[in-house]
Design a protein around this ligand. Structure first.
Ligand SMILES: Cc1cc2nc3c(=O)[nH]c(=O)nc-3n(C[C@H](O)[C@H](O)[C@H](O)COP(=O)(O)OP(=O)(O)OC[C@H]3O[C@@H](n4cnc5c(N)ncnc54)[C@H](O)[C@@H]3O)c2cc1C
Length: 283
């Protein structure tokens, strides 16, 4: 990823992406094709983070190009950023508590220290994790799905404190953002939505990385939440039927996108940046 920190570069990135913000984005956005191919996402996050382009400019440009609902998925994602910011602004103690936790973790050397050092060195033996930590340090960016998997492995497989993982992302990400980062880590850990954790699964990682990783040995702890919306659907009314048909069509489109991806060039797996000797220093 190259990030030129100017408004002109942000506007150029927006202009380049806007055509792809409709069905293309909705159907392919979850695939992590590696650092060499990010055409299925916008890569606008550093520009948004530093206010070089604003959310309203992005939404206006996308809506002008894709009238109606076509770009709804993309716009929803932009609004996640806005939602997280508002949520944290209303609860500043979540941020100060995080900073305090971090300071006390850094001041101690708990039982996590050895696993933490192995994680930072990309030496956990979990193929995807070791590739992503190198990718993070090299490019200052990870795909959204990789961020979710990474955070989940950090917390549930490596059993490391989430605050240290959030600090690592903050240190490396070009788009490092107090609200989106801290609250996403909390969400994966199950602190943001009570009882709802995000558990990374090997088959899901393999499917959405085009089979690049086996991700052996991941924690198998089950999610212990019920779908918050269960039981609220309006069963067989016309709206629900239309919604089911829409979801079935979307599933078919995703499946065809997946097949196309699975057939694509095997060189996509050459995603691990040359594992040069690199040291990660948080301070
Ligand atoms: C553990 C974890 C940590 C994260 N840390 C950050 C962070 O520090 N800074 C950051 O900007 N995003 C963060 N995200 C959210 C998301 O991963 C990135 O915004 C997204 O990957 C940026 O790539 P993009 O611009 O190509 O996104 P696109 O898919 O093209 O989305 C367009 C824009 O919508 C916003 N957006 C998309 N998804 C999310 C989301 N889940 N939450 C909030 N905003 C979103 C971003 O501003 C993004 O630029 C994190 C997610 C996770 C799971």
């Amino acid at each position: 990823m190259t990030f030129t920190p100017t408004r002109a570069a942000g506007l150029a990135a927006l202009a380049d992406f806007v055509d792809r913000a409709g069905h293309d984005y909705a159907e392919t956005r979850n695939f992590d094709r590696g650092p060499g191919d990010r055409a299925n996402v916008s890569m606008l996050s550093p520009y948004l983070r530093y206010r070089l382009v604003t959310e309203s400019e992005v939404v206006a440009a996308v809506r002008a190009r894709h009238p109606g609902e076509t770009a709804a998925k993309f716009i929803q994602e932009v609004f996640w950023r806005t939602y997280w910011k508002g949520w944290l602004e209303l609860r500043p103690s979540v941020w100060t508590d995080y900073l305090e936790d971090l300071a006390s973790l850094e001041a101690t050397s708990g039982g996590w220290r050895r696993d933490y050092d192995r994680a930072l060195a990309g030496a956990t033996g979990i193929d995807c994790f070791d590739a992503w930590i190198a990718e993070l340090a090299e490019f200052g960016y990870l795909h959204n799905h990789a961020r979710m998997w990474f955070a989940s492995i950090w917390i549930f497989t490596l059993r490391l404190p989430w605050q240290l993982g959030a600090a690592l992302f903050w240190h490396y990400l070009y788009d490092g953002d107090a609200a989106s980062n801290t609250l996403s880590w909390r969400w994966v850990a199950g602190l943001q939505t009570a009882g709802k954790t995000y558990l990374a699964q090997a088959d899901n990682i393999a499917r959405y990385t085009g089979g690049c990783f086996t991700a052996a040995g991941l924690a198998a702890r089950r999610r212990n939440h019920r779908d918050a919306h269960a039981g609220t659907s309006t069963a067989d009314d016309a709206g629900a039927a239309a919604h089911r048909a829409h979801r079935a069509a979307a599933r078919r489109r995703r499946s065809s996108a997946r097949n196309a991806f699975a057939r694509s060039d095997a060189s996509r797996c050459n995603r691990r940046p040359a594992l040069r000797a690199w040291a990660v220093a948080l301070r």
